[in-house]
Each structure stands twice: as structure tokens, then as C-alpha cells.
Design a protein around this ligand. Structure first.
Ligand code: TYM
Length: 342
């Protein structure tokens, strides 16, 4: 079989489950805007159907979805250049996910570390949706024949599974229909760690608000959280190897590098020998300069909810021009009889 060449297309998604934070920004959002500005066709998604795999209060979910859309735009996404969508408004995602539920194997899902972490010891009581989560994620990506997916490190295993699902579908049906998507996990901040514990990833579900910088935090809060971030008593070293044993120091240096768009080596060269009493205020100034305008813009956009809803509606319309034909072809490959014109 000759290999199909797929046109480069970027897709990525974020859950609208509240507390959009610096990890989401540096690991994902900031890089979305970079892909858009390189001129690659890009689709960015608020994955509300993924969010409800665990309980969401309906009013909070609606608010978080609009706030996430505001976050996308405030981080530099242009709804004219990129396609911005809310997952549930593009029904082909869920329709393809069902086909993939019939392709993927139970054992594949059981191996997912996110499933194990989230379901914990109480797996029997977790939702079926949480178990099938990666299958919907594969559908999000493959319903666009997306070739590249910018994400943080924690999504790597899900993207490997996406490739497995595409390969098994292609193999089972003897086609070369779905691309083997490339994860794009790049930059200094693919895994931003908690400000309170350098061994834990920065997360929206950490009970300590001081562990993360929220994208809605104001300048004072950002500066305070950085000042209080856990560190060690040593000054910054003059080479990056010495950061290996110092997770909190490494985290702050990585955050600095990602915010300043400079290599980690450069940050070390500029700040070698400094104590955290000196480095932290520099980092706080940088973080406030980069993040406070985003928070302000998010808050302004949240005052224009009708505009956000229109952007999402328009995004879904543009998305469906891509997804509807791909779903039709998938159904045809699988042998589902299509409706006829009456
Ligand atoms: P979610 O909503 O947990 O996170 C959204 C994005 O933020 C990245 N991220 C981080 N990056 C660096 N450091 C951190 N501490 C950090 N925390 C989160 C995540 O890696 C992700 O890129 N399953 C996905 C959503 C999803 C998706 C998709 C992504 C659904 N369908 C299709 C890509 C393609 C998730 O829960 O991301």
C-alpha cells in the first residue's frame, strides 16, 4: 500500500474544568499561538465532554468553558486564523469516539496512568466515560486528520494510544485513512511543577492555591506566590547539570526560560551565583509582565459573553466543514449504510 501524505494540521485541547494555570499556559496555550503564527492550519478545542467524565456543576462548567475560550484568545489565538471550538458543538468528535471504542481494547485503557491515578482504588465506581477518555481524545485529533498535537509531557501516553488506535483501524480495515499523529512536546516547560513541592506537577486539582499560578491571578497574587515558592538555600549554579538534584530550583529556572523565551542555559548564565532572594523578584517581575495582561484581557472578554458564544458557534461551523466528510468516509469504510436523498 502506498503511504498517504497528510497535510500538516494542528489540533489540541484543554479541559474547561476551572483553574487554568501556568502549566497549561507554558505547556500548551503559549505554544498554540506559536503554531498559529507559523501559518499552520490549527484547531483548538475546549473539551467539555472530557470534563464531564468526572462530576462538574453545570453552571461552573458553562462559566469555565467561556473563561477558557477567553484564555485562548487572551493568550494570542485569533479566532479568524485558528478554529476555536467547544467539543460538544461538533458532534463528529463523539460519533468517531464510538467507532474507536469498538477498535481500542480494554487492556489499552487499563494501562493508562491517568486512568489509574484518577480512578484510584475506586475504579468500580468511576464513570465509563473516564475509562473511555483516551478514545474520545483520539477521536478529537483524528476527526481532523491532525498531524501534530502540541501538549505538555503528561499527555504523551494518550498520544501514543492515539497512534495505536489509528494504526489498528487502518490495519483492521486495510486502509491508510488515519495519520499517525506526532506529539509536539517542546520547550523548557513541558512539565511545570507545583510551587510548593518540586516533585508534583502543577495541577488544577491541587488543594493548595499557592501551589499554582492561575491565569486569572492579579499582579500582587502572582508576585506573592513566587516569593513564597519553595526553594533550597543554595545559590543558583553555573551549569544546568547541577539542577538535577534540585527540583524546585530547576522548576523556577524552567519557568523563567519559558516565560522569557530563552534557553535554560542562558538563564543560568545570566543568574549564576544569585540567591533566591535576588532571583525570585526577577522572576516575579517577568511573570507579572507576561501574565497580568492576559488576566486583564480574560476578564474583559468575560464581560462579552455573547461575543464568546458567537466565536464558538462560528468555530463549530468551520470545524464541521472538515469533520463531517471525514466521519462520512469513516462510516463508509466501516460499512455503515448511509441515508439517501428522499
Ligand atoms: P488538560 O486540560 O489537563 O491540560 C491542558 C494542557 O496543559 C498541559 N499541562 C501542563 N503542561 C506543563 N506543565 C503542567 N503542569 C501541565 N498541566 C497541564 C497538558 O499537557 C495539556 O497539553 N486530555 C487533555 C485534553 C485533551 C486533548 C485532546 C489534548 C482532550 N482531547 C486532544 C490534546 C489533543 C487534558 O486533560 O489536558
Amino acid at each position: 500500500m502506498t503511504e498517504t501524505t497528510f497535510t500538516p494540521r494542528v489540533f489540541s485541547g484543554i479541559q474547561p474544568s476551572g483553574n487554568l494555570h501556568l502549566g497549561n499556559y507554558l505547556g500548551a496555550l503559549k505554544r498554540f499561538a506559536a503554531a498559529q503564527n507559523e501559518g499552520i492550519e490549527s484547531i483548538y478545542c475546549m473539551v467539555d465532554l472530557h470534563a464531564i467524565t468526572v462530576w462538574q456543576d453545570p453552571a461552573d462548567l458553562r462559566r469555565a468553558t467561556r473563561e477558557l475560550c477567553a484564555g485562548f484568545i487572551a493568550s494570542g489565538l485569533d479566532p479568524e486564523k485558528s478554529i476555536l471550538i467547544n467539543q460538544s458543538q461538533v458532534p463528529e468528535h463523539a460519533q468517531l469516539a464510538w467507532i474507536f471504542n469498538c477498535v481500542a481494547r480494554m487492556g489499552w485503557m487499563q494501562r493508562m496512568t491517568q486512568w489509574k491515578d484518577k480512578a484510584g482504588k475506586n475504579a468500580q465506581n468511576a464513570s465509563l466515560g473516564l475509562f473511555a477518555y483516551p478514545s474520545l481524545m483520539a477521536a478529537d485529533i483524528l476527526i481532523y486528520h491532525a498531524t501534530h498535537v502540541p501538549v505538555g509531557e503528561d499527555q504523551k501516553q494518550h498520544l501514543e494510544l492515539t497512534r495505536d488506535i489509528a494504526a489498528k483501524f487502518n490495519h483492521d480495515y486495510g486502509v491508510d485513512f488515519f495519520p499517525l499523529t506526532e506529539p509536539v512536546i517542546e520547550g523548557a516547560a513541558t512539565r511545570v511543577m507545583s510551587l510548593r513541592d518540586g516533585s508534583k506537577k502543577m495541577s488544577k486539582s491541587d488543594p493548595s492555591d499557592a501551589s499554582r499560578i492561575n491565569m486569572t491571578d492579579d499582579a500582587d497574587t502572582i508576585a506573592k506566590k513566587i516569593r513564597k515558592a519553595k526553594t533550597d538555600p543554595e545559590p543558583l549554579p553555573d551549569n544546568t547539570d547541577e539542577l538535577d538534584e534540585r527540583p524546585e530550583a530547576r522548576n523556577l529556572v524552567n519557568i523563567y526560560a519559558a516565560l522569557a523565551d530563552m534557553p535554560v542555559e542562558q538563564v543560568i548564565a545570566d543568574h549564576a551565583g544569585q540567591n533566591f532572594a535576588t532571583f525570585k523578584p526577577s522572576l516575579a517581575d517577568l511573570a507579572v509582565a507576561k501574565l497580568a495582561p492576559i488576566a486583564e484581557e480574560m476578564s474583559r472578554l468575560m464581560g462579552e459573553q455573547d461575543e464568546i458564544d458567537r466565536i464558538l458557534t462560528r468555530g463549530a461551523e468551520r470545524a464541521r466543514a472538515i469533520t463531517a466528510p471525514i466521519l462520512r468516509q469513516t462510516y463508509d469504510i466501516v460499512g455503515l449504510v448511509p441515508p439517501v436523498e428522499l
